[in-house]
Design a protein around this ligand. Structure first.
Ligand code: Y39
Ligand code: FE
Ligand code: FE
Length: 230
């Protein structure tokens, strides 16, 4: 059987490809930049995990540089203004939660939702990427599993006190991810990535994380349904 859903031809030099890449590449660069600063902020309030969080922050900075090189390699200029707007809702919700000392909400936004989004995007991108970007992305996605795992472990250890806040944070932030996926759908398709595959991979990583943290299948079904109304 041939691989499914890989377009017959992707011309990495076409104007159509480069235009879509200028937005998706910017999204990824902005995401990595914000992930770096989110982990630095988390290190300031999670004293016990300070060193580990600084290590994660450093990885995000390395990822950002890798993806900047991917854009340069294809001779595109990332549309950073577009990307900042793309992340603004999650960015604002993280900053509001941080200002209120809501560590659980911050971890749900960065270490579960954004990391699961990254894992989905990178896994779906790798088979359709240009050879330079494929190498970079393969290295990056390994780190993203470590980041998701950090959130899982911390939230699992604090499950009883975190449960209610996690449910509220899921309810407020999962619909935003759905809107982001809808917004990026057309550009992603130009790069050879189908929205259905992104959604599927996201829900697998996010659902597994919720399960590892301590939620029941019933809870996970209920929590997942909040995305659907976006
Ligand atoms: O933890 C991380 O490194 C996450 C910041 C990076 C986010 C990547 C978000 C990717 C969404 C791209 C959508 C393309 C289809
Ligand atoms: Fe990253
Ligand atoms: Fe990450």
């Amino acid at each position: 059987m041939p691989e499914l859903a890989v377009p017959l031809e992707l011309d990495f030099t076409s104007e159509t490809y480069k235009s879509a890449y200028s937005r998706i590449n910017a999204i990824v660069i902005e995401g990595e930049y914000e992930a770096n600063s989110n982990y630095i902020q988390l290190a300031d309030i999670l004293a016990d995990n300070k060193e580990e969080l600084h290590r994660l922050a450093k990885m995000e900075n390395r990822h950002m540089k890798g993806f900047q090189a991917c854009g340069q390699n294809l001779q595109i200029t990332p549309d950073m203004e577009y990307a900042q707007e793309f992340f603004s809702s999650l960015h604002d919700n993280f900053q509001i939660a941080y200002a209120e000392g809501k560590i659980v909400t911050c971890l749900l936004i960065q270490s579960l939702i954004i990391e699961a989004f990254a894992i989905a995007a990178y896994n779906i991108y790798i088979p359709v990427a240009d050879p330079f970007a494929r190498k970079i992305t393969e290295g990056v996605v390994k780190d993203e599993y470590l980041h998701l795992n950090f959130g899982e472990e911390w939230l699992k250890a604090n499950f009883e006190t975190a449960k209610e806040e996690l449910e509220a944070a899921n309810r407020a932030n999962l619909p935003i991810v759905w809107r982001m996926l809808n917004q990026v759908e057309d550009d992603a398709r130009v790069l050879g990535m189908e929205k259905e595959a992104l959604v599927e991979d996201f829900m697998i990583s996010y659902g597994e994380a919720l399960s590892n943290i301590g939620f029941s299948t019933r809870d996970i079904m209920r929590m997942s349904a909040y995305g659907l109304t976006a």
